[in-house]
Design a protein around this ligand. Structure first.
Ligand code: SF4
Ligand code: SF4
Length: 404
């Protein structure tokens, strides 16, 4: 095996922890200084309208999920970002607290679009109880955000048609909108095709947050589904746009991808004009500046064109598209799509909290412990993800993740 491709267990364990520790210190002291350089400062920021909401946004927004440093949000506002995306579950609510505090300190609540998300995993069968729990969750979010309302409220991680139709969350969303706790209601999904088709049919959602990146370029079904939703008036926000970011110790790629790969990938998504804005989850000032440069210029550079022309990226990135096609393949009923997501959070995003939360959400008896590490894994990915290798990596660090 090539040394560069070899899995380095120590790196996997240590880096996220060191990163998390460093981020905590820097978050307290704001020692990370913003880069003063903005190479495209003279070009206008490209803006698009978010479907029937009528909200106009720069095409690059901020997914706050991976950010631990308040100064990074302040800098994001300073460079021109006007949409900040968080969720109740991110860092057990501390992510919302950080967003709320920074927006309050900046005094710019009326100038920005704030979105948050409420999950309904393990929802009770009783509709009234499910609705009550959802509303209580959103009210807690508003307290953490120090806001009386958000602009976009997502039903989070709606990964089946049944979840999209679930009465409890749907009634809660409508009630919260009526009470002015959110201006618009939305859903987020990793199962784009089925769930977005259902969202169009239901005609109840103002916005949808969907996974879209270059590894899905061949998938005409996903692209046409999203376009159809946009044409129906649903505002489309894109996530997972860089298919896992620059750090790739898990894939058949260089461990650190060049900056041009990230801007190329983001431009590819945003060159679909039915995408209003993207929420890259940058966690450094350098990546913030790189990503936001795309908002001023969607034309590919020569280097970006070369990167996209190399068709091997899609296979080598080993990006789990959460298509779910492998979900019934394991004789031990291991929830492979969920474990692939946990792996992405832990390895590529270096977000131990999200990885831990994802592992904890897997149904009893379907997590890493259920996997027997068979000599030959019977689950084959339709998209080149090396499932057995990733599960083995998760197993090797599970205890460290769960004790963080
Ligand atoms: S190795 Fe593959 S087939 Fe075997 S238990 Fe694990 S996921 Fe299932
Ligand atoms: S591992 Fe492959 S087949 Fe399974 S959900 Fe992910 S992309 Fe789909």
């Amino acid at each position: 095996m090539n040394k560069r491709q070899e899995w380095n267990r120590r790196e996997f364990i240590v880096k996220p922890i060191v990163w998390a520790g460093a981020a905590t210190v820097l978050g307290q002291t704001d020692l990370l200084l913003a880069s003063p350089v903005n190479p495209t400062a003279n070009s206008p920021v490209l803006q698009r309208t978010l479907g029937k909401t009528g909200i106009t946004l720069p095409i690059v927004s901020m997914g706050v999920m991976n950010a631990d440093v308040p100064g990074l949000l302040r800098r994001a506002y300073e460079v021109g970002i006007r949409h900040f995306d968080t969720a109740a579950g991110y860092k057990q609510g501390r992510n919302e607290e950080m967003v709320g505090q920074v927006i309050k300190e900046l005094g710019v609540r009326d100038e920005v679009t704030i979105s948050t998300k409420q999950a309904s995993r393990n929802r009770p069968q009783n509709v009234a109880e499910a609705k009550k729990r959802f509303i209580e969750g959103v009210e807690s979010s508003l307290r953490r955000l120090q806001m009386d309302h958000v602009d976009i409220l997502y039903h989070h991680a709606v990964d089946s048609v049944e979840d999209a139709r679930a009465d409890g969350p749907l009634e809660a969303l409508q009630s919260l909108k009526k009470d002015g706790k959110t201006r618009f209601v939305a859903l987020s999904t990793h199962k784009t095709q089925d769930v977005i088709n259902e969202a169009v049919r239901l005609n109840l959602f103002d916005v949808a947050l969907v996974t879209l990146n270059y590894t899905m370029a061949h998938d005409a079904g996903v692209l046409s589904t999203i376009e159809r939703a946009a044409k129906s008036g649903i505002g489309i926000v894109a996530m997972k746009t860089q298919a896992g970011g620059t750090v790739r110790p898990d894939a058949k790629l260089p461990k650190q991808l060049p900056a041009a790969s990230q801007t190329a990938l983001l431009k590819w998504v945003l060159n679909h004009d039915f995408i209003t804005t993207a929420i890259p989850g940058f966690s450094t000032y350098e990546h913030l500046e790189q990503d936001f440069s795309v908002a001023r210029n969607l034309t590919y550079t020569d280097e970006e064109e070369r990167f996209l022309a190399d068709k091997s990226f899609a296979a080598q990135a080993e990006f789990c598209q959460q298509c779910g096609q492998c979900k019934d393949d394991c004789p031990k009923q291991v929830d492979v799509p969920a474990l692939m997501r946990a792996h992405m959070y832990a390895v590529q995003y270096r977000n131990t909290g999200m990885a831990r939360e994802m592992l904890a959400s897997v149904a009893l008896g379907r997590g890493v412990d259920a996997c027997d590490s068979c000599e030959s894994c019977m689950v084959a990915c339709r998209n080149s993800v090396q499932i057995a290798k990733k599960i083995a990596q998760l197993k090797s660090v599970r205890n460290e993740l769960l004790s963080c």
